[in-house]
Design a protein around this ligand. Structure first.
Ligand code: HEC
Length: 185
């Protein structure tokens, strides 16, 4: 039986009106979960809201490590040119010049949000279970890179406004795109 977990079903109209940031996790199994996720997708589409649906994967594990471990200072001033240099030195060989490579089937960095890249790197650092078959490669990298270097790299990958993309993201029509961790299957 498949386990279907639904994240942020809460994005209805009030979401924008009150700027609420609560995220709701709904865990549902089997056919019921599948049907519920279809209904949720349609509901999000009708309301022009964003929804993330995770199948067989618990998004809370990922979220918790991010809360436990402080990451990039979002108000920091990072140099994108330093970020470029650091990316070329530390990441490019595996993730590609255009950030489109998918080592071991991982998501292309270009297609991840700043938060997801950061959360993922922190999880590789702090959680031995996190990742796919080649997690050891990334764990080594993640443990060597400092938060300030990571901040610069993320700003290079996502641009100066890396962390303000949240607002943009909320207003996009429903996305069924799988985020980090999707390469696990
Ligand atoms: C030696 C090769 C190598 C280098 C260098 C490297 N990575 Fe990775 N990266 C990988 C592999 C392989 C994976 C998938 C690992 C797995 O199986 O979990 C990965 C996964 C990731 C993921 C997770 C993607 C997802 O699908 O969730 C992120 C984020 C990431 N890398 C960021 C970086 C950053 C930032 C750097 C530079 C600081 C970097 N990587 C350097 C090989 C590398």
């Amino acid at each position: 039986m498949k386990i279907i977990k639904i994240l942020s079903l809460a994005c209805c109209l009030g979401y924008f009106a009150f700027g609420a940031s609560e995220v709701y996790y709904i865990k549902a199994t089997g056919e019921f979960g599948k049907n519920l996720s279809e209904v949720a997708k349609q509901y999000a589409k009708d309301n022009n809201a964003n929804i993330d649906i995770f199948v067989d994967e618990d998004p809370r594990t990922y979220k918790d490590t991010r809360v436990l471990k402080l990451g990039v200072n979002k108000r920091g001033h990072y140099s994108t040119s330093l970020g470029k240099e650091l990316y070329e030195k530390n990441c490019m060989s595996c993730h590609g010049e255009d950030m489109q490579k998918r080592p071991s089937g991982a998501t292309a960095l270009k297609n991840m949000s700043a938060e997801d890249i950061e959360g993922s790197v922190i999880s590789y650092r702090t959680d031995n279970e996190f990742g796919g078959s080649n997690k050891i490669l990334m764990r080594d990298v993640a443990r060597k890179i400092s938060n300030s270097d990571l901040g610069a790299i993320i700003h290079y990958i996502k641009g100066e406004d890396a962390y303000s993309s949240d607002i943009e993201y909320e207003n996009k029509p429903v996305s069924t795109e799988k985020k980090q961790g999707s390469y696990l299957r």
